[in-house]
Design a protein. Structure first.
Length: 327
């Protein structure tokens, strides 16, 4: 009886947070932003912290946006005096949607990926081009060098950035990401099944998948995640052809691991021990391939920066940016 009452109260709290998030997004107050125009494309970004601080560029994952970063992580870095820049990747949020490139042939690309022919059907664009977008944002904001932090696909993008423009990168942090090396484990079976089923393009479908991959969630984490997913959904609905184009870029990026041994950049790799999507071996492989990289595996963390883990990760990353051991 008591358990049922607690669940009901928590549901009401989560619903209230979702309504607040949707209201803020609807009236345009969720995220103040700037539009950077490197060439014909528009890239949306937002900055937190002092303009005089060292820049930290946050690059998110597949279909994710500025609004998907947890407040505790962003504010934790900004409070340390860093100029924190979040951007919407191409084909996400309020950056340009490259509709003229069409919908990728993911079935054929997946087949090519499986048989070792990643360019059987070339992707609409590549992750290296997305790394170039980050450089475009840096140029637009007048940032010559920056610390780069990438989550999931964002971690793959910053690996390319460190290879393409090492002089622009002060340090690199890869969170819940992958080297792309062959032989690494696939997602957990239930996650793979969810990926194989077209996700409903609605808030419920988005939240269901995010909860599936997030790892263990306490009630407060669940409520915060629900509110954040609602805000992100209202800010710039993902999971459309743009997300599929991003995924095509990931499928085609099978040689990235070969770049890592030549990187000369202070690197921190953070991965959750309970990540069912990008399994921990992926993060371990990144750290093993980059000279001098530091590695942290966090128990109970899945494929999500939850409210509980946000300040922990902010502290770990801040120490890395200062050149201190993470623990």
């Amino acid at each position: 009886m008591i358990g049922a009452i607690v669940e009901e109260v928590l549901e009401e709290v989560a619903e209230g947070m979702i309504e607040d998030a949707l209201d803020k997004a609807a009236d345009g107050t969720t995220e103040p932003r700037r539009i950077i125009r490197p060439g014909p494309m528009e890239l949306a970004c937002v900055t937190d912290g002092p303009d005089s601080g060292e820049a930290v560029i946050l690059v998110h994952g597949l279909g994710q946006t500025i609004a998907d970063w947890p407040e505790g992580f962003v504010s934790g870095l900004a409070a340390q005096g860093y100029r924190v820049v979040r951007l919407d990747n191409r084909d996400a949020g309020r950056s340009s949607r490259l509709t003229h490139l069409g919908d990728p042939a993911l079935v054929l690309q997946s087949l090519g990926h499986a048989v070792g022919l990643p360019d059987l059907v070339p992707p609409p664009y590549r992750l290296a081009a997305m790394a170039g977008d980050v450089i475009g944002v840096m140029d637009g904001l007048g940032i010559s060098r920056a610390h780069v932090v990438g989550v999931s696909m964002g971690g793959m993008i910053v690996q390319h950035l460190a290879a393409l423009a090492p002089g622009r990168v002060l340090s690199m942090t890869c969170i819940m990401s992958s080297s792309g090396a062959p032989g690494l484990p696939p997602p957990r079976e239930d996650v793979a099944a969810a990926l194989a089923t077209p996700e409903a393009p609605d808030l419920a479908g988005m939240l269901q998948f995010r909860e599936l991959v997030a790892g263990p969630l306490d009630p407060a984490d669940r409520a915060e995640l629900a509110a954040r997913v609602a805000a992100a959904f209202a800010y710039g609905t993902p999971h459309d052809a743009g997300t599929r184009r991003q995924y095509a870029a990931i499928l085609a990026d099978t040689a990235r691991y070969r770049l890592l041994a030549d990187l000369d950049v202070p690197t921190l790799v953070i991965h959750g021990e309970d990540d069912p999507f990008v399994r921990p071996d992926h993060g371990i492989d990144i750290a093993n391939r980059i000279p001098g990289a530091r590695r942290i595996l966090l128990p109970r963390m899945g494929h999500e920066i939850t409210a509980s883990f946000a300040p922990v990760l902010a502290q770990l990353v801040s120490r890395h940016l200062r050149g201190q051991p993470p623990l």
